[in-house]
Design a binder for this molecule. Structure first.
Ligand code: F3S
Length: 731
């Protein structure tokens, strides 16, 4: 019979489906008749329909069936609220939710966690009960960071996963195609709709030589980021190959894939090798190792693959790098860094070094950092800069506590933070430097955009390996190079650091630590989803009404937006993110950034019924409450930017009927259709100029066109894509 290997220890009755990959590829190979890259094998192996899929890399769109979905707590809220509104009984594919983004670093792990549980109680209560109700695995606050937990428990070679977080590609370290998406995509997949992805191009990175000394996997991606820049990976999957791969640990490969997000890549990926097998063994998934090894022919690229671009890196010659400030693609080799600091007048003093995060908190990372700390401690030294450690998961925290690395890092002055995103996402109550003061920090995280860590635009954030970060806190200066410079020990004698060393995997196995996982209960019918009706952060959604069957007529123009109108103009971020689980509250930002052609101002439009001027959300709601639909007129590439679903939910919530533009950004156009709105285009783009800014009384016919396919028309009839899925599934 068919081989049955569970996808994870938590999904005992959901099996890895390598047979589908095999079957799909039999069809696709006949059609394409050329060697396939690894990413193609896995992607096409997950096609909804391999027979008539349009497969043109860089051009067509693939309809795919992912194996699983993962959501972090900030993005999960609206996704789950939408899913609930459809009335479906359970999610269609194995799904997990991870509480990691809302925990602020202040004094240290346990206290910070307790405070976060209090502040975010309503969000956590909602997520805990909603996941229980709909059959979703729930990782409580304190469990760790989504990508680390996925690698430890859920990622598997040849799998396809989507996650509502940009660093989802971390799972590529275990040979999985894992893509960061918006909430709307997650909703599709958990409601059993196929997931659409632009057919990616392929960038090959050939690794030769061997990694050693101070050079770490992090330096591979820091180097690649320098070569490709922040946009260089757009629309492509980055595939690593070559004999150098074998010298990287599985968790090191995950670090490389994680940071592929910094160059805009769809995802990054490694071929299956024994280092992945070792990690699967260590995380109690030896059966998956065996199964993957029996399937290796499809877990590596064909011979003679044609990549769109190939980069070659010799690991034996690769130097440690430091990237930044302010952008992850400004790569400087360590040997040139001290000079660069002087040339650019970057603040020389190192204020804080921060290691860990979803990017670099493996057992290997922590062991190597501890080896550096131990050597410094043996010379009587303590860290000169602030020093924090963020374990990526409870399992890592418990294991390094048991095995002593935590003690090594604490005794030289390090503070262990909660197993959470913390300072990586600005959840950092930083006290050592007043806001506005120029200063330097160095992290082993992935992103270093202005203000990301501490909301201080004058902070110069650099990114490097955890080894370098740890060594540099003893130098206390950005100009300290641990490979060449000596430090003075407490005894007055000079010493130089030895090469860092550390175990790849814990010799005594991982210690799982506290149980922070909640499986969905057997009896889900009796679970009540908790949403406090007084909450200003969460609000249950009511399903949108089906189309009434009448053609809309005489609709007022709410706003004719002039110039660029991105998803940030339509649904601003910043302080509004607090309301991302509360559609009514967040709708108060609907289109407030768009410039009204009538007056050249933002958020000031004329109410066509009363003649009064008011804010866009206010006037939209007025029309809605008087039973009047409305339209938005937009220019070119309307809705470009992020995939945030709020930009489509809000106009629908405020009673909008149609958005008419010269052209749409594709994702936003689809999102509007999913919510039951009508995205329409001027047949003649020049007609944009003929549309009224205000009511003129005169009439003119301007032909409009649409891009709805038959399935999408059904969404519209039902009121939304989710309503439609509910009709199909529940009857
Ligand atoms: Fe969290 Fe930062 Fe990773 S926000 S998911 S630790 S990139």
């Amino acid at each position: 019979g068919a081989t049955k290997v569970p996808m994870s220890l938590f999904d005992k009755d959901r099996y890895i489906n390598y047979q589908r990959i095999e079957d799909n590829l039999a069809v696709v190979r006949q059609r394409l008749n050329r060697p396939l890259a690894l990413s193609e094998k896995i992607l096409y192996g997950h096609l909804d329909n391999p027979h008539d899929a349009d497969i043109r890399p860089g051009a067509s769109y693939l309809k795919l069936r992912p194996d699983r979905v993962a959501c972090q707590d900030a993005t999960a809220q609206m996704a789950l609220l939408q899913f609930m509104s459809a009335g479906l009984p359970t999610v269609a594919v194995p799904t997990t939710v991870h509480c990691d983004h809302l925990i602020e670093a202040q004094v240290g792990g346990p206290k910070d966690l307790a405070r976060a549980k209090d502040i975010n109680k309503e969000v956590y209560d909602f997520l805990a009960t909603c996941t229980a109700k709909y059959g979703i695995g729930f990782w409580k606050p304190g469990s760790g960071i989504i990508h680390q937990i996925i690698l430890e428990n859920y990622a598997f070679p040849g799998g396809l996963m989507i996650g509502t977080d940009s660093h989802t590609p971390n799972a590529g370290g275990l040979g999985m195609i894992a893509v960061g998406v918006g909430g709307a995509d997650a909703v599709d997949v958990i409601a059993d709709l196929p997931w659409e992805l632009k057919c990616p191009k392929r960038i090959g990175v050939k690794l030769t030589g061997q990694i050693s000394g101070w050079t770490t996997p992090k330096d591979v991606i820091l180097k690649v980021a320098g070569i490709l820049t922040v946009k260089g990976g757009t629309g492509a999957i980055i595939e690593y190959f070559g004999e150098g791969v074998q010298s990287l640990s599985c968790t090191g490969m995950a670090t490389i894939c994680n940071m592929g997000a910094e160059i805009g890549a769809t995802t990054s990926l490694f071929p299956y090798n024994s280092r992945m097998g070792d990690y699967l063994d260590a995380t109690k998934r030896g059966d998956i190792r065996k199964y993957a090894e029996s399937f290796q022919h499809n877990l590596r690229p064909d011979e003679n693959v044609d990549y769109d671009q190939v980069i070659e890196i010799n690991l034996s010659e690769l130097e440690p790098h430091i990237n930044g400030p302010y952008t992850p693609d400004l790569a400087t080799p360590l040997s040139k860094f001290a000079q660069a600091v002087k040339d650019n007048n970057w603040p020389e003093k190192l204020s804080v070094g921060l290691i860990g995060s979803c990017t670099n908190s493996s057992y290997e990372d922590m062991s190597r950092a501890a080896s550096i700390a131990d050597e410094a401690a043996a010379h009587g030294l303590k860290a000169k800069s602030g020093f924090t450690i963020t374990p990526g998961s409870e399992q890592i925290r418990a294991t390094i506590e048991r095995d002593g690395q935590m003690k090594s890092l604490e005794q030289i002055g390090g503070t262990v933070l909660a197993n959470a995103c913390g300072p990586c996402i600005g959840q950092w109550d930083r006290q050592d430097v007043p806001k506005g003061t120029a200063n330097s920090i160095i992290t082993s995280y992935n992103r270093n955009f202005t203000g990301r860590n501490d909301a201080n635009t004058a902070t110069h954030a650099f990114v490097a390996s955890p080894d370098l970060v740890t060594a540099m806190v003893f130098g206390g200066s950005l100009t300290f190079n641990p490979m060449t410079d000596s430090l003075k020990g407490a005894d007055g004698k000079e010493f130089k650091f030895s090469d860092p060393s550390g175990k790849e995997l814990p010799p005594r196995g991982y210690d799982a630590g506290e149980n922070t996982y909640a499986a969905p209960p057997e009896d889900r019918a009796s679970v009540n989803v908790i949403v406090d009706p007084k909450s200003d952060r969460l609000q249950l959604l009511t399903a949108f009404k089906p189309w009434d069957g009448k053609d809309p007529k005489g609709l007022p123009v709410l706003i004719k937006a002039v110039g660029k109108c991105t998803t940030d103009h339509i649904s601003a971020g910043g302080p509004w993110l607090k309301y991302r689980g509360h559609l009514e509250n967040i709708s108060q930002n609907c289109l407030i950034g768009a410039i009204n052609e009538a007056n050249g101002e933002a958020n000031k439009v004329q109410n066509q019924m009363t003649g009064a001027w008011g804010g866009v959300p206010e006037v939209g709601a007025y029309y809605r409450d008087h039973g009047i639909g409305w339209v938005v007129i937009g220019d070119e590439n309307y809705g470009e930017g992020s995939s945030r679903e709020h930009a489509a939910l809000e106009p629908r919530f405020l009673g909008g009927t149609a958005v008419i533009t010269r052209s749409f950004a594709r994702i936003h156009e689809t999102n509007l259709k999913k919510q039951g709105m009508l995205p329409l285009n001027f047949k003649n783009p020049a007609d944009y100029d003929r549309t009224p800014r205000t009511c003129s009384g005169s009439t003119e016919d301007l032909p409009l066109v649409h891009t709805f396919n038959q399935g999408q028309i059904e969404w519209h009839r039902a009121g939304s894509a989710l309503n439609h899925m509910a009709r199909v599934q529940v009857g």
